[in-house]
Ligand binder design. Structure first.
Ligand code: F6P
Length: 550
């Protein structure tokens, strides 16, 4: 049965009609206990969702929806290693990469509690995970101890990760987020774009003798990454000169994290420098694995493992907590409520935390590549809106850019605010102001200008009733970053399970890649264009005329 045809979906649709006219002002004045009722503490982090446009009845109905979608069984399937990526018949075991206990994963206990889909669960993957983690530890130690050297004996001081999408956004986001914990003498860069303007300034400022490249690509076929890897190799080998020993030693400055060892080897990367990118881990869920190597080198293996511990703590909570007190489940259900029943088309993420600068980009891929699908796993239309457009940027900058539209633009825009009780950058005079702005925005969005009694001038009036949730972290630690990221991952899984989507494929991305390959010979002036529309042909004609290629 389609999720939209279930009794709980129908009940939610009816309930939404009664909730839409209700204002958050009224919900708060009706219930003096609203904050304690609709907030949740976990591992020192607070999740306040009292400013969402929900009542106890809304949440009960949403939980009934989760039950009707057999969410409990779906979570069992995920943790048991069942092929939840049904299209590709693969498990999604990113939780194994952050499993720190000396127990198997997936374990036989999780398989026995799971549904029939888990009958083909995969074997314990922990031996390979532990071995990869140990290799990472040795590499990180070698860099931190100046034991890893370039072709002329210089210690490695610069790390350049070459990757895109999930092979870039996670390590880039986490490296910046946890910079205060990083090795002070190392510089870590993340280059992703095809545009030479991305890699050129990075290479231009580096000493090739002291630079390590990490080519992170699950497939080792991604055009952007391979183009950058070739450019980096040419740049490095050009300085190494003609001496075959120097060239050979220079190639030791390349590491691959990939599932395609043959292609990495053919590129010239030595087998002992190839780290695994397992089939059962999707790019956008891979930060916990060797795909996070640049981040692990930046902060050291102890911090990296604290990050893993945060993710593992969220896994335990997600598996064990009842839905009504389960953070990722609540995040997912509130998202479904806002999208499918209140009619929000977008979801805004506002970290009031400069080090989380890349978090909205990271979450964009996580949510939109996972659940940006109108068809269910059975190839039939879901029949409901699925992933909203996720966007965002850091506060308080965002206040001085697009928040005007949130206050007076007339569109429903739910948001997540993220802030820390204490900053890792202890300059006086900043953090309290940052927090005041964060809480003030959530308050203004929820309650509007009536908070200050400024309702008289219609042009100045802010109606409020914009829903938001707030995550308050004690401080941006490795552990709490892991906790937060894993919460969003499981949110995505829950939403995919309820919408009936396969959250672990991304076929839509392929069409553009194929067309780019088809257009390249014509753009490069090597072949004439065939089979393209008049607009594309006209644009290529203009490019040729302008660059005199033809
Ligand atoms: O094209 C999208 C995508 O496949 C992402 O899912 C992935 O994270 C990214 O490209 C990079 O892929 P790879 O790691 O294989 O280079």
């Amino acid at each position: 049965m389609k999720i939209t045809e279930t009794a709980s979906w129908q009940a939610l649709a009816g309930h939404a009609d009664t909730m839409k006219p209700r204002h958050l002002r009224e919900l708060f004045s009706d219930d003096g206990e609203r904050f304690s009722r609709f907030s949740l503490g976990l591992e020192g982090m607070l999740f306040d969702y009292s400013k969402q446009r929900v009542t106890r009845e809304t949440l009960d109905l949403l939980i009934a929806l989760a039950n009707e979608a057999k969410l409990g069984e779906r979570i069992g399937d995920l943790f048991s290693g069942a092929p939840v990526n049904r299209g590709e018949n693969r498990a999604a075991l990113h939780m194994a990469a952050r499993h720190l206990e000396q127990t198997p994963f997936p374990s036989s206990s999780s398989t026995s509690s799971a549904s029939s889909a888990s009958s083909t669960h995969c074997e314990d993957v922990m031996p390979q995970v532990r071995s990869a983690r140990e290799r990472m530890r040795q590499l990180v130690r070698a860099v931190w101890n100046d034991e890893l050297r370039g072709y002329s004996g210089e210690p490695v001081r610069n790390i350049v990760n070459l990757g895109i999408g999930g092979s870039d956004l996670g390590p880039k986001m986490a490296t910046l987020a946890l910079k205060p914990f990083s090795h002070p003498g190392l510089r870590v860069f993340h280059v992703s774009n095809l545009d030479a303007a991305d890699i050129w300034p990075v290479l231009n400022g580096l000493d090739p003798r002291a630079t390590l490249f990490i080519v992170t690509s699950k497939t080792f076929t991604t055009q952007e990454t391979l183009t950058n890897a070739h450019t980096a190799r040419d740049w490095l080998l050009a300085t190494a000169g003609d001496d075959p020993d120097d060239v050979s030693r220079a190639m030791e400055q390349f590491i691959a994290v990939t599932g395609n060892t043959e292609a990495a080897f053919n590129f010239g990367i030595r087998p002992h420098n190839i780290y695994p990118f397992w089939e059962w881990i999707g790019g956008r869920f891979s930060l916990w694995s060797a795909a996070g190597l640049s981040f692990a080198i930046s902060v050291g293996m102890e911090e990296f493992e604290r990050f893993l511990a945060g993710g593992a703590a969220m896994d335990r909570h997600f598996r064990e907590a009842p839905f009504a007190a389960n953070l990722p489940v609540l995040m997912a259900l509130l998202g479904i409520w806002n999208t499918d029943f209140l009619g929000a088309a977008t979801h805004l993420v506002n970290p009031y935390c400069q080090p989380l600068y890349w978090l909205p980009d990271y979450l964009q891929q996580l949510e939109m590549e996972s659940n940006g699908k109108a068809l269910g796993a059975d190839a039939a239309p879901v029949g409901a809106e699925t992933a909203p457009v996720l966007w965002g940027g850091i506060g308080s900058n965002a206040q001085h850019a697009y928040f005007q539209l949130l206050h007076q633009g007339g569109r429903l825009i739910p948001s997540d605010f993220i802030a820390c009780a204490e900053s890792n950058y202890a300059l006086p005079g900043h953090h309290d102001k940052l927090l005041a702005n964060c809480l003030a925005q959530a308050e203004a969005l929820a309650f509007g200008s009536s908070v200050l009694g400024e309702e008289a001038d219609p042009l100045k009036r802010c109606p409020g009733n914009q829903p938001s949730s707030i995550f308050l972290l004690p401080r941006l630690t490795s552990f709490h970053l892991g906790l937060l990221i894993a919460a969003y991952e499981h949110k995505v899984f829950v939403q995919g399970a309820i919408w009936g989507i396969n959250s672990f494929d991304q076929w839509g991305v392929e069409l553009g890649k194929k067309l780019a390959r088809r257009l390249l010979p014509a753009i490069a002036g090597k072949e004439s264009l065939t089979g393209s529309d008049a607009s594309t042909a006209g644009l290529i004609g203009w490019l040729h005329a302008t660059t005199a290629k033809r």
